[in-house]
Write a protein that binds this ligand. Structure first.
Ligand SMILES: *Cc1c(COP(=O)(O)O)cnc(C)c1O
Length: 416
């Protein structure tokens, strides 16, 4: 049913690691994100096993799920962190990771964020433009520091995925264009506070075909050759994240070993440490979103709606990327119906599933929206005055609250 087997039925009731989800809904309320700690650990370990043959450093992409307990779980496994903003840097540091295991990305870092990164002592600042390199130099000079920089190259490879999550194409805002590389290398000679330590790319997300990585990696290897000819001592070779997971059992993701089979031989023996930045691969299937069916209704054309208490404010992926998420009943039923599963938010795009065969649950019963560990809670909002849900982490048969449900008071606390 999922990549990870940490959510499964026992005696007709959906459980996470032997903890019944109906019990969690009763204890913590709904909507509720339920995260399996062991699933996170297993995904990280399977990633590490696939690339064991390569000198590498895996940095979890914090933006996929930035709950402190999620970050801490991975940090305890020896994972590094890839952060995209000052806020994510703050979270990673709060989770207790050593700053020299953090790499900092972001296409539009402000001077304050650059300063925060440099003062924290992050391993690498990734830069995406000539202007930003000048800003990093300026800030580093002011602080009396040398900035360790990786340049993000746009390899101009269009990976086949949803257009909103392809990032390595020339028409996207990300990375430095090939045509600009000469100028960029020149800059490192004139800007005294920068040290070019790494090359970087990230071609998109949920990429099923390893050949896109092969094509982009080849381009980055060519840049590595050029950089070395010019005398730069490149230590880090960052090929980004984007490794796929299964959302729809009809469309299983390419196993991570297929990526390793192609990439390890290409990258081995290059005298660099390869950085990976998986986010979705580690987190997506570690969590489900528990939601209660508030109402059922059927319209005059016979269309059936399940109106649930979670919505696009807790999971925007179907609205934003037309993503598929499995929706299953917490209590198994013998019979099923075809229905739309929709939320309470005032938008027609507020749905989880359309025209889906689903267990014939009654009002008041629970559904689980699967694969909500990545790009769900982190994209949550208070639209419609909705409260961000609680989050629970299950570990070894026990559930712990790792984020409290928001309150109405918190909705207005910053208004003056
Ligand atoms: C989003 C992002 C990632 C993670 O992508 P996944 O598809 O979740 O693996 C890695 N690196 C960068 C620079 C990103 O922006």
């Amino acid at each position: 049913m999922l990549d990870s087997h940490f959510f499964s039925y026992s005696d007709g009731t959906l459980c996470c690691d032997e903890v019944r989800l109906d019990g969690l809904a009763e204890q913590f309320g709904t909507p509720l994100y339920v995260i399996s700690r062991q699933s996170l650990i297993n995904q990280f370990r399977s990633f590490e096993a696939a690339f064991a043959g390569l000198p590498h450093f895996t940095c979890y992409s914090v933006k996929a799920n930035f709950n402190l307990s999620v970050i801490r779980t991975l940090v305890d496994e020896g994972c590094g962190c890839d952060v995209n903003s000052g806020g994510e840097l703050f979270r990673a540091l709060k989770a207790g990771i050593s700053p020299d295991k953090i790499i900092m990305a972001g296409v539009g870092k402000t001077e304050q964020e650059i300063e925060y990164g440099l003062n924290s002592g992050v391993l690498l600042l990734k830069s995406e433009s000539v202007s930003e390199l000048k800003a990093i130099d300026r800030v580093a000079g002011r602080l009396g520091k040398k900035a360790n920089v990786a340049i993000r190259i746009n390899p101009n490879v269009t990976a086949e995925t949803h257009p909103y999550i392809t990032t390595g194409d020339s028409k996207e805002k990300f990375g430095i264009d090939e045509a600009e590389l000469g100028e960029v290398f020149g800059l490192f000679r004139t800007l005294p506070n920068l040290s070019l330590d790494g090359l970087d790319m990230h071609i998109g997300s949920q990429i099923f075909d390893p050949e896109y990585y092969v094509a982009a990696t080849q381009k980055l290897l060519d840049v590595l050759d050029t950089a070395r000819l010019l005398g730069f001592d490149i230590k880090w070779f960052d090929i980004g994240g984007g490794f796929p997971v299964t959302y729809d059992p009809q469309k299983p993701a390419t196993p991570i070993d297929r990526f390793a089979e192609k990439l390890v031989p290409m990258l081995d023996g290059r005298g660099v440490t390869v950085i990976f930045e998986p986010g979705r691969f580690i987190a997506a299937n570690s969590s489900v979103l528990l939601t209660k069916v508030l109402y059922r209704k059927r319209n005059h054309v016979g269309k059936e709606f399940f109106i649930v208490d979670a919505g696009m404010t807790e999971l925007i992926r179907p609205a934003l990327y037309q993503s598929h998420h499995e929706v299953i009943s917490v209590k198994r039923h013998e019979d099923s119906v075809t229905a739309d599963v929709v939320g309470p938010v005032c938008e027609s795009s507020d749905f989880f599933a359309r025209q889906r065969m689903i267990d014939n649950v009654r009002e008041g019963e629970l559904l689980a929206v699967l694969s909500t560990g990545a790009y769900a809670a982190v994209m949550g909002s208070n639209y419609n005055g909705r409260l961000r849900p609680a989050e629970v982490m299950v570990d070894g048969g026990e559930a712990k609250l790792v984020r409290r449900r928001e309150t109405y008071e918190q909705l207005v606390q910053n208004e003056v």
